[in-house]
Design a protein around this ligand. Structure first.
Ligand code: SF4
Length: 335
């Protein structure tokens, strides 16, 4: 089974089996294994598979003091927690401030920093050098298209001529220096518009020395207008959601929300400006337990209507460097 054939997750036997396998490994964690932190809610793109253009809440950067507070707790309590400094925005829009924030996080003990970017600002200033000098373990570029016209159609407002050469140059310099970290990962979200380019995409980025991650499309909960025929609503089959169980997501104003796709913050569990991360995580415990026990009626409304749990499991290359996969990855090439 490959995501590039655009399988309907619940109609595909292999996908159902895979989802059950992922669910069987879910367990309760005393502290979130993954933290998604919105350093900024600004984004400069309006991608066709993203709800950012429908966002009603404010576009702004997270206060620096709040970021410092959060990463200090991670460094003290769980230094190997995966810290993703992006949620619903483009982190490179913070300019030099981003690199300071990452350095600060590393200085207080965070060992597992993973940054996602649309790559549009990578070629500006000395950002390529800053990526290579940063404490990042992984740097994931969301690219979603191989041909110029496909890339620019999906990643609306992005220019192929700015992004592809910059990511290619990043790969070249990293290879030249023989650096292991950060792993450079070219991400491809499969849509009907790009599915036929996945293999060319994979070949190109492998030739540059990057890794490739292929993932199915999300709907960003069922509260916006983004929909895909690969997700089913209203089926009896359901698994406990991996995001609910493994990830805590924080908006730029400090609000802890349902998960990393609750972009509008429709269900909140406190604010990290007032509470510790551990306290917020424990407030989400009832939701995690309800998911794992299949007590669907007890889920918050946003989870009840959501089908994004069906997209769990992305396809990765075989592991090259230890420490460059999500915590639950194991020996698999899919997660
Ligand atoms: S079911 Fe949807 S909204 Fe609920 S935690 Fe999972 S991904 Fe988030």
């Amino acid at each position: 089974m490959s995501f590039t054939t655009l399988p309907n997750h619940l109609a595909d036997k292999a996908r159902r089996a895979r989802l059950l396998e992922i669910e069987a490994r879910l367990t309760e964690h005393a502290f979130p294994p993954q933290l998604v932190i919105e350093n900024t809610s600004w984004c400069n793109l309006t991608c066709i598979h993203c709800s950012h253009s429908e966002l009603k809440r404010a576009n702004r950067h997270m206060d620096r003091a709040l970021w410092d507070r959060v990463v200090t707790e991670v460094g003290q309590v769980s230094p190997d927690c995966e810290v993703w400094p992006t949620f619903y925005g483009e982190a490179l829009l913070l300019g030099n401030e981003l690199w300071d924030r990452l350095d600060y996080a590393a200085s207080v003990g965070c060992r597992n920093l993973v940054l996602n970017s649309n790559g549009t600002a990578l070629g500006s200033k000395d950002n390529i050098e800053r990526v290579l000098a940063s404490p990042l373990r992984r740097f994931i570029l969301s690219l979603d298209g191989f041909k110029r016209e496909t890339f620019e159609h999906i990643r609306r407002k992005a220019k192929w001529d700015r992004v592809y050469p910059a990511v290619t140059e990043l790969c070249r310099r990293r290879k030249e220096r023989g650096q292991q970290f950060p792993a450079i990962i070219a991400q491809f979200t499969v849509l009907p518009d790009n599915a036929d380019e996945a293999e060319a995409f994979r070949d190109y980025w492998h030739q540059q020395g990057a890794e490739v991650k292929i993932r199915p499309m999300l709907e960003w909960t069922a509260t916006g207008s983004i929909r895909t025929s690969t997700i089913t609503h209203g089926d009896d089959f359901r698994i406990a959601c991996p995001w609910a169980n493994n990830t805590m997501a924080i908006h730029q104003d400090g609000k802890v929300v349902t998960c990393a796709v609750d972009y509008e913050g429709l269900c909140t569990a406190g604010n990290v400006a007032e509470l510790s991360l551990a306290e917020c995580w424990s407030r989400l415990a009832a939701n995690r337990a309800a998911h794992r026990a299949h007590r669907w009626a007890e889920l918050p409304e946003i989870c009840r209507g959501c089908g994004d749990w069906q997209t769990a499991g992305a396809e990765y290359d075989p592991l090259r460097v230890e420490g460059t996969r999500p915590f639950w990855f194991g020996n698999s090439t899919k997660d």
